[in-house]
Design a protein around this ligand. Structure first.
Ligand code: MLT
Length: 223
């Protein structure tokens, strides 16, 4: 069975979960690992991230969309092209919070940038839960769209109602331009207002990377 959670909740005992935060946390995680970061370690709070700052570590993320004082990088995926060999500690408002709520045997991070490879990885698994990070407790259009794209590409018959809804949302936009669809999202409009329109365009690229982040102990590494 393929299920979609439009908002994160505490889950355990699942075999395979996929966390999605298209704008921007999982797009950032994928980009960092694709550009040679050793790992991405999610942190719950800014203070926790600051305590983890040692030698090879970059502390990164956002609050209210912008880089907290004293951080090395914000949450724009395009800031992560020069991170080879670095350990990234990442704290974001919704994405890293969603990750902390999941307890599963396998946790992947997905976005449009790694869509094709995520679908490949999932094709061997019967039961998969796709978890949308949402935005401040509200359903996020862009995450539901990406979940729908994954469900569509998997081509399975056994879908929950939520998975069917996400798939049908994707199928409305499938043949159109992805950026146009993402621009329908409230969060995309907020990012544009705060000067991050390039991030929205960047995150609207399908299959830019083959990297599949998998959660191992306390961090994402490239599988
Ligand atoms: C989040 O995790 O809340 C998002 O990635 C926010 C953002 O766009 O920076």
């Amino acid at each position: 069975m393929i299920d979609v959670l439009f908002l994160p909740k505490r889950i355990s005992q699942q075999e395979v979960c996929v966390v999605i935060d298209v704008l921007r946390a999982t797009s950032t995680i994928v980009t960092a690992l694709a550009n040679g970061a050793k790992c991405v370690i999610p942190a719950r709070t800014v203070a926790q991230a600051k305590r983890m700052k040692v030698g090879n570590v970059l502390i990164c993320g956002e609050r209210g969309g912008v880089k907290p004082n004293g951080f090395d990088l914000g949450n724009s995926p395009t800031e992560y092209f020069g991170v080879r060999g670095k350990e990234i500690v990442l704290t974001t408002t919704n994405g890293t919070k969603a990750i902390s709520m999941i307890n599963a045997q396998v946790i992947y991070a997905a976005c449009f940038l790694n869509l094709r490879q995520i679908v490949k990885r999932l094709s061997g698994h019967m039961d998969v839960t796709l978890i949308c990070s949402g935005q401040d407790g509200k359903v996020a259009y862009e995450d539901a769209l990406c979940a729908g794209a994954i469900v569509h590409e998997l081509g399975r018959d056994e879908l929950t109602d939520a998975a069917k809804m996400a798939k049908e949302l994707w199928e409305i936009h499938e043949k159109g331009d992805l950026l146009g669809a993402l621009l329908r999202a409230e969060h995309a409009q907020e990012l544009i207002k705060y000067g991050f329109s390039e991030d929205v365009s960047f995150c609207a690229q399908k299959d830019l990377y083959d990297t599949v982040p998998i959660f191992s102990k306390d961090r994402f590494v490239a599988e």
